[in-house]
Design a protein around this ligand. Structure first.
Ligand SMILES: NC(=O)c1ccc[n+]([C@@H]2O[C@H](COP(=O)([O-])OP(=O)(O)OC[C@H]3O[C@@H](n4cnc5c(N)ncnc54)[C@H](O)[C@@H]3O)[C@@H](O)[C@H]2O)c1
Length: 259
């Protein structure tokens, strides 16, 4: 018996076996959920290989900037699953040039692209998931974020601005959808070695600083995010919404580390 038996989940953001979304998928599947995945075109082979071990899963193309593809994903999920219980948003992008250099020099196009893919996409997903979750009497939406939304992390730059918008979106959607029994939460994870993380210039230094500074004196792993996601999508978190929960070995609580 899993905590998510008979539940259905749609997961955006698997690129490869290191993806946060893949760790979440494995945990949701272990708890009994039936899964649908979307992939960005260039990731298709990876995602099909990974999900081959889940024969009852759906695997669908979707660029979150493409409204037709978004419509098609939710239509196919509705047809196959009847409704939807869980939505995972694990998607982010900012142009490399705008992740380094000066904030005052961030381009208008770079800003719009980053905010569109990394924050607006949650609204676009929520609008389409709402009727499917209503069919099931409610649901849980979850998005991935980082402490760079609240504090300055050199080289996180434009992504920090996008994460601030994403976290505000989580709270406003929680208010908007709460009356329908739909919860919306965020997970703020410590740094992890993934494809996207490579775009953040000083990622190795970040691991070292976390190990030195965090109360638990270590970095986290993808499975830590998977465990928290299963909790936030399951019945034990039924009265938690509009929340961003940290899984970062306590790093966010610190001012100064060891002197
Ligand atoms: N890795 C970390 O250190 C870390 C820490 C905290 C939060 N996060 C967040 O976790 C989430 C997942 O990132 P990850 O670290 O697993 O990296 P990842 O590269 O494995 O996943 C990012 C995903 O975003 C997808 N994506 C980007 N643009 C897209 C578009 N236009 N349409 C559809 N999909 C698109 C990519 O295909 C990829 O699957 C992101 O929101 C990221 O900001 C990561």
């Amino acid at each position: 018996m899993g905590t998510l038996d008979n539940k259905t989940a749609l997961i955006f953001g698997v690129a490869n076996h290191n993806s946060v979304a893949w760790a979440i998928a494995q945990k949701l599947a272990a708890e009994g959920a039936r899964l649908a995945f979307t992939y960005q075109e260039r990731m298709e082979q990876n995602v099909r290989k990974l999900t081959a071990s889940m024969p009852d899963s759906l695997v669908l193309p979707c660029d979150v900037e493409n409204d037709q593809e978004m419509d098609a994903v939710f239509e196919q999920v509705g047809n196959a699953f009847g409704g939807l219980d869980i939505l995972i948003h694990s998607v982010a992008y900012a142009p490399t040039d705008d992740l380094k250099g000066r904030i005052a020099h961030i381009s208008r196009d770079g800003f719009n692209t980053a905010l569109g893919i990394s924050a607006y996409s949650l609204i676009a997903m929520a609008r389409r998931a709402e009727p499917l979750m209503e069919r099931n009497g409610g649901g849980s939406m979850l998005a991935m974020t980082y402490l760079g939304s609240e504090r300055v992390f050199p080289n996180y730059n434009l992504m920090g601005i996008a994460k601030a918008a994403l976290e505000a979106t989580i709270r406003y959607l929680a208010w908007d959808l709460g009356g329908k029994g739909i919860r919306v939460n965020g997970i703020s994870a410590g740094p992890l070695r993934t494809l996207s993380a490579r775009g953040v210039g000083n990622i190795n230094d970040m691991f070292a600083v976390v190990e030195r500074t965090a109360p638990l004196q270590r970095n986290i792993e993808q499975s830590d995010v998977g465990d928290l996601a299963a909790f936030l999508c399951g019945p034990a978190s039924r009265n938690i919404t509009g929340e961003v929960i940290f899984v970062d070995a306590g790093f966010h609580a610190m001012g100064l580390g060891s002197l």
